[in-house]
Design a protein around this ligand. Sequence first.
Ligand code: ANZ
Length: 957
Amino acid sequence: MSETHRYDAALAAEIEARWQDHWERHGTYETPNPSGDLAGDPEVVARPKKFIMDMFPYPSGAGLHVGHPLGYIATDVYARFHRMSGHNVLHALGFDAFGLPAEQYAVQTGTHPRISTEANIRTYRTQLRRLGLGYDPRRSFATIDPDYYRWTQWIFLRIFDSWYDREAGRARPIAELVERFESGEQPTPDGRPWSALSAAERAEVLSDHRLAYASQAPVNWCPGLGTVLANEEVTADGRSERGNFPVFKANLRQWNMRITAYADRLIDDLDSVEWPEAIKRAQRNWIGRSTGARVDFPIDGGGARAGDGDAGGVVTVFTTRQDTLFGATYMVLAPEHPLVGDVVPAAWPEGTAAAWTGGHATPAEAVASYRKQAAAKSEVERQAEAKEKTGVFTGAYATNPVNGERIPVFIADYVLLGYGTGAIMAVPAHDSRDFAFARAFELPMRCVVEPVDGRGTDPAAWDESFNAADARIINSAAPGISLDGLSVPEAKERINAWLSERGAGEGTVNFRLRDWLFSRQRYWGEPFPIVYDEDGVAHALPDEMLPLELPEIDNYAPRTFDPDDADTEPETPLSRKDDWVNVVLDLGDGPKRYRRETNTMPNWAGSCWYQLRYLDPRNDRALVDPEIERYWMGPREGMPTGGVDLYIGGSEHAVLHLLYARFWQKVLFDLGHVSSAEPYHKLFNQGMIQAYVYRDSRGFPVPAAEVEEVGDGDGWMYEGQPVKRELGKIGKSLKNVVSPDEVFAAYGADTLRLYEMAMGPLDVSRPWETRAVVGQFRLLQRIWRNVLDEATGEVAVVEDEPDDTTLRAMHKAIHGVSQDLEQLRFNTAIAKITELNNHVTKVPRVPRAVAETLVLLAAPLAPHIAEELWRRLGHEESVVWAPFPVADQNYVTDETVTCVVQVKGKIRARLEVAPTVSETELEEMALAAPGVREALGGAGIRKVIVRAPKLVNIVPA
Ligand code: ANZ
């Protein structure tokens, strides 16, 4: 104990350490489950639940800086507030611990990634504990724990062992598909009976349906990292998000997750969750649902296979504007489209314009040369709106199915192979890219939609004007079909019907989303619970063989290559451990030789389901007990798809973690393992804490802590040289790291918590200012002094009732702080506490009721000092479980205000009303006032103008 009883850094440190120990010893933050090994107090279980979660951290070697805990403090305040407001609150934190940094560190130092990762986790735990975060310690885990990744592997196997039934709109066990093949209910692809297929053939058929499947396909190969990457991990300019290495398309056999099967539900269920609109939009755009049609165009090019009558003679396009089919005056295939080779004739058709040939002697030469040119560009470059359109004629012609017109077929790089069908019908009159191309190649245009008046002069506005509900189709009639006069939606419908009748296409929905590439050529990830038999058929390990633990190996490094060498192939670290790879196993049909899968799962796997493990962390029979899952996450009023009540994290995970986790949750939901179809009901993105970066004359950052301010605070010096100041991310590379440990030492954790919450609205980025932290420290000192005598340490409150003004100030604060905490407006809540505290400072002797209220209001934000004062005020029970005060509404509203009622501009009544009176209420009161009735004298009323709460103006008829 300090000698004086002044709230200073030493006293804060002593109080904080003492209560942190106390809370730990007493299991203060342990949350009871309704059943199972964490079952607890039924009275607490019976309360409404709140499951409050952070995006869990990756424990990096550098420990926490002051920017990291912003979200953790926010959820902690929210959780404490709800605990005090009568909820059973689940709040826990685990660690997302597989990942590249530990592996790279291992490669450099030879330290096993588990050792460095676990050391980092210990540092994090110490720092988080020092912040006074109220997590249930029994519910923490790391994704690298074999007890945890056992279930990651188990979920992988459930995904592997299921298929998507489109009719039922959900995943089902693959065994049920096998039954359908066996019974003939579902024909095999080549029509043979299921029993006639070999084991390998069956495996191949099933692989086309499994939600986790291995396939040979073009993938993102990053030689510089030695691994393949998911689309979500590749930047718009075709480089790895991590490390910024070039990424190439390579044809490799890899594991994929059939997330595309869920594309519709992933979009539709966004309507059931409370997420920031920007994140919903990012997901919708990433999934990219387009409703349109596929249309078949027969091609007669005279190429190798064209005209044979097989599929080689038909190119299918995807269009969202099938209503403009009559306006298609040429076709474009992506340069890499596999049918290009088939349609190219031996020689240029007679009369081919020189501009179309690119100066080449034959179509084959022209195509080969253009393909090479296109391969050198990234997708973004190819799609750039402003870019001059290039391309070359293939020498082939297609027939427009709707009017029999022959139209030339081009290849051009503005059409991408990976989208739709990789081929388009070009409608230059209504599509600006086609328009630019047609201009460049002097191709005909036909207007088939009448532009809506006043719009449609600028190609940039075409989309709107030619797509408008009042736009009409013109020039679109042929024998047997006419669209003329129809609106755009009507014409689309008519064409869809016509295409289906003729077998020439159909209405369809296209998605931008691709399946999720799920294997990595790394060591530090979950091993796949998959083995291959001698025919190369993949088998699931039986559940009893889980976890399949990562073996110890000598060399953790994935083989990396010259980052620019596309002609390399990945080599996994696990493949070098022969005795692990080649095994004899009994999978139920006797011992046989198998080869293990040597890829590992991507670092996203562990975070796809961790919300479920907090619920029932030690269950070794199931990933979560169904009753416990339903209790914490099941659907309820206002939450039709269930989920976590509040999830706080950064917005950078919009289409990565947040999309993958939703997908896994939905598969588990379909298979009946969970009752919630969405993992996270309410999502909130916190802003970033930035810090000043100081740069020298060469632009290099200098250590921010050693910079001195000069002049009027608008100049800065480092080692005698002037430096420039800007705001930036906190990090080692910018030399502006502020460690929470420094703040703990100077003021304590309660001050740090208050400061971070007071900096501004939670979702806004804000600059860290070490100098400003003391402001919150002073608030705590004043609260302390209002409760205790600093000289004696004795409680200084009196047992008198507060006077009326104090009661009003108190109840107003209770009311405002409760609302603010509920709405995550922590900064304004602190302002209200400050206001009440200032009021109390002016009261000569502080009544106990106000002092206690002040402590309770501050408890979620500054739990240590609150706990200490609460105890000194004589309470035996922890403040953590004390009821949050409830405002008496009688004191919340200001007494009354005077409302003037006028009739024809003359004052006829004065009413004393509540300031919150509603307009209708006020109108009724005004009309009922005797003076008003007299003035009206039975005349009707023409108009009543109400300006609540102060004025009503009545105009008689
Ligand atoms: C004819 C047409 C007329 C089109 C018109 C648009 C406007 P979203 O909405 O993004 O799905 N398209 C189709 N596949 C393509 C590919 N692989 N590469 C480049 N462009 C492609 O866009 C669908 C539209 O983009 C399709 O509709 C097609 O052009 C083009 F007035 O067909 B449209």
